[in-house]
Design a protein around this ligand. Structure first.
Ligand code: GLV
Length: 310
């Protein structure tokens, strides 16, 4: 495939201007989203961004590259044009998300919240903490992110179960089960981590019935907000099925100020920061894909299976 004109937009457009110096074979346009007009898509055969602009249409595009790991902004509830290649950034998202999860899990087993409270009351209250190796953690999603999170947790001796569509085994997990067999496992889970992409299948996957199988698990969502029924989660916390929730992604972002999630004592809310794309990884990922396209390689690494949505 011959890519000649690339349109780069979104929050990194200025930082990525260096691309034009590194890759002199092609023409580039670097624009803020608001300045991208429908005509630009007739000029461009390549589009690089976190999401489609309002003015997005396929025009002359033959390749779209997502600067994030998730591609739901391009595919979910949208039509994709056949034969347009979609690639994404892989970078260090798995490690970033792994450290995000680990920080909350460790703070929980080491009871940081309780000890801060006792300190403020000048209260001397010793206790024995659990070890990470006593924990069972269930990770939804065994792709690049889920796998990296599993790998990290297992170095601390955690027993890690993976949940995927097929249940195909994977050496980074103690065991992988198909989604259809997850229910009994949830009752023994200390933590449940969602890393799944948003697709028609994962939309509202975490709903009343699934939460009702949990017996006091912590729930971390680093996948997509729309995979969770937020009201069902609130109810599950009230019933003690979920002990606490750590949420980095939401159905609506930014999370509206009137949302009850902000002030809930058993919830931690972060503003979609568990894995923010860094400039170097964006640049490296993009150049690697361009090299593969130029070499005529048939199967491009990090290309998305559009029919599956990830
Ligand atoms: C972040 O959510 C991403 O998709 O990179």
């Amino acid at each position: 495939m011959d890519i000649k004109n690339i349109l780069v937009t979104g929050r990194m457009y200025r930082d990525l201007e260096r691309l034009a110096l590194l890759d002199t074979k092609r023409e580039y346009k670097f624009l803020p989203e608001a300045e991208v007009s429908p005509n630009h898509f007739d000029w461009a055969d390549g589009y690089v961004a976190f999401k489609p602009t309002e003015s997005f249409h396929f025009g002359g595009l033959r390749w779209v590259h997502a600067l994030g790991a998730g591609v739901d902004a391009f595919l979910y509830n949208r039509e994709w044009k056949k034969d347009v290649l979609l690639t994404r950034t892989v970078g260090s998202f798995g490690r970033k998300i792994g450290e995000y999860c680990l920080s909350y899990i460790l703070a929980d087993v080491q009871r940081h919240g309780d000890f801060r409270q006792y300190q403020s009351e000048r209260h001397w209250l010793p206790s024995q903490q659990k070890l990470l190796q006593q924990l069972n953690i269930v990770i939804f999603g065994t792709g690049t992110i889920g796998m990296e999170v599993a790998k990290m947790l297992r170095t601390f001796g955690v027993t890690v179960y993976g949940i995927s569509r097929s249940g195909a085994s994977n050496c980074h997990f103690n065991r992988v089960l198909p989604i259809t067999e997850v229910h009994p496992l949830l009752a023994q889970a200390d933590w449940i981590i969602n890393t799944l992409p948003l697709t028609q299948i994962t939309e509202r996957l975490f709903e009343k019935r699934l939460f009702s199988c949990m017996h006091g698990a912590g729930f971390i969502n680093v996948g997509r907000g729309a995979s969770v029924d937020e009201n069902a989660l609130l109810e599950a916390i009230e019933r003690g099925q979920v002990r606490k929730a750590i949420l980095d992604v939401f159905r609506e972002e930014p999370l509206p100020s009137e949302s009850p999630l902000w002030a809930h004592p058993n919830m931690a809310v972060t503003p979609h920061i568990s894995a923010v794309t860094g400039l170097d990884e964006a640049m490296d990922g993009l150049l690697a894909v361009l090299r593969e396209i130029d070499s005529g390689q048939e199967r491009i690494s990090y290309s998305v299976d559009v029919s599956r949505g990830y």
